[in-house]
Ligand binder design. Structure first.
Ligand SMILES: NC(=O)c1ccc[n+]([C@@H]2O[C@H](COP(=O)([O-])OP(=O)(O)OC[C@H]3O[C@@H](n4cnc5c(N)ncnc54)[C@H](O)[C@@H]3O)[C@@H](O)[C@H]2O)c1
Length: 364
């Protein structure tokens, strides 16, 4: 049996466990992101919410009410979710340090997995998830949803087709005007680097992935500095940085110059998030104006006309893949390289030296 036929056959078999041929879907972690993902599942015609799970009673109740028409199994115990026969697909939307254990257990139980980013907060977790995804014949999608945004796909396609020639430098940033609220919905895990990985790993993982995707390379090494300037010791026990300043090197010698901070006033020009890709023929601004500027005096070229986006495109891709159609734009390799790029930056800052990709020890 070819791999494709095998995948199709296994998907049909998995669906057959669910009433009405709708994929029985569970969401583990129904907080901020998980409740949004739950909505995306509810809005698909070919799914049913088979289970919802969260440790916090209020969030669990809210999720159970949102999915009431499907009468889901409701639990605080995530292992009970993946044991269920009527669960074909599992969303993992818990804090980052829990992703790998939950996603691996779900894959091993024969479930399709949509795992929120970052897929892990350290290289070992990423390595384990890569191994499990490679061993499994189920769909694995990482929550790197920039990969299914039409605007980014169009811009990256043109860069890959050579509009700026060889990539020389990527200059990018993800800045915010303040820390996340210290007593907010994620305040109980966010400021602990061992749980979130810090802003670089938890948030900039999206931006760093876009940089790698546009450059069509992954870095070989990284150097950088991080510190706390605005939020020293706040909240108590804080182990994440409030600013990160990094230089990565790509295999062709090109650099990725990346900053993250939480002291970028809203009114400061040039936007809090940007990605400029410089190359031999010119430079592309792919986050703000979506325009290429050339060295040879040619008129600037717009990369796309801001196509309408489906806010649930990533979830749609997940269920199409389960049915055996479409291409996985955010597979384990995307999830792993995005997380590892961020982890590489974090390690360079905490070890205060150049750290190589090879040192991370993850075979892709
Ligand atoms: N793709 C995106 O753009 C995007 C956006 C926001 C968040 N996220 C990711 O989603 C994840 C969750 O972030 P959030 O903002 O929703 O955080 P959150 O704190 O609002 O939600 C996490 C939920 O997980 C629950 N939880 C914790 N441990 C659990 C366990 N053992 N079993 C069951 N539930 C458990 C918590 O009670 C909480 O309700 C993070 O990995 C974050 O990086 C992704």
């Amino acid at each position: 049996m070819s791999r494709r036929h095998f995948l199709l056959a296994s998907s049909v078999a998995a669906f057959a466990q669910s009433p009405n041929d709708r994929a029985g879907t569970a969401v583990i972690g129904t907080g901020n992101r998980g409740s949004y993902l739950l909505t995306s599942v509810i809005e698909q015609p070919d799914t049913r919410v088979a289970a919802v799970c969260d440790l916090k009673a209020d969030r669990l109740d809210k999720a159970a009410s949102a999915a009431a028409k499907d009468n889901p199994f409701v639990t605080k115990e995530w292992r009970k979710v993946i044991e269920r026969k009527d669960v074909d697909a599992v969303y993992v939307a818990t804090p980052p340090h829990l992703h790998s254990e939950m996603a691996i257990a779900a894959l091993e139980a024969g479930k399709h997995v949509y795992c929120e980013k970052p897929v892990g907060v350290n290289a070992r977790q990423v390595r384990d998830i890569v191994r499990a995804a490679k061993r499994s014949n189920k769909v694995f999608v990482a929550g790197q949803q920039m990969r299914t945004m039409k605007a980014h796909m169009a811009a990256v396609e043109k860069i890959h087709a050579g509009i700026i020639g060889e990539v020389y430098l990527v200059k990018a940033q993800r800045h915010a005007n303040a820390d996340l609220p210290h007593d907010g919905s994620s305040g109980d895990w966010y400021f602990d680097a061992s749980k979130s990985g810090g802003y670089l790993v938890e948030q900039s993982v999206h931006n760093l992935d876009l940089c790698n995707w546009a450059a069509n390379m992954i870095p070989v090494r990284c150097a950088g500095f991080g510190s706390n300037m605005r939020y020293k010791g706040q909240p108590g026990g804080r182990t994440i940085f409030d600013n990160s300043n990094l230089i990565y090197e790509y295999p062709n010698g090109a650099k990725l110059n990346f900053t993250q901070n939480v002291f970028h006033p809203r009114q400061l020009p040039n936007g809090s998030q940007m990605v400029y890709v410089y190359g031999e023929k010119g430079a592309a601004d792919i986050m703000t104006t979506s325009t290429v500027f050339f060295h040879d005096g040619r008129d600037r070229e717009v990369l796309h006309n801001k196509p309408a986006e489906d806010r649930h495109a990533h979830t749609r891709m997940f269920f199409d893949l389960i049915k055996g159609t479409g291409k996985n734009a955010a597979d384990w390799r995307v999830g792993a390289t995005a997380a590892l790029t961020a982890i590489l930056g974090h390690e360079a800052m905490t070890k205060q030296r150049i750290v190589t990709w090879q040192e991370l020890g993850v075979e892709l």
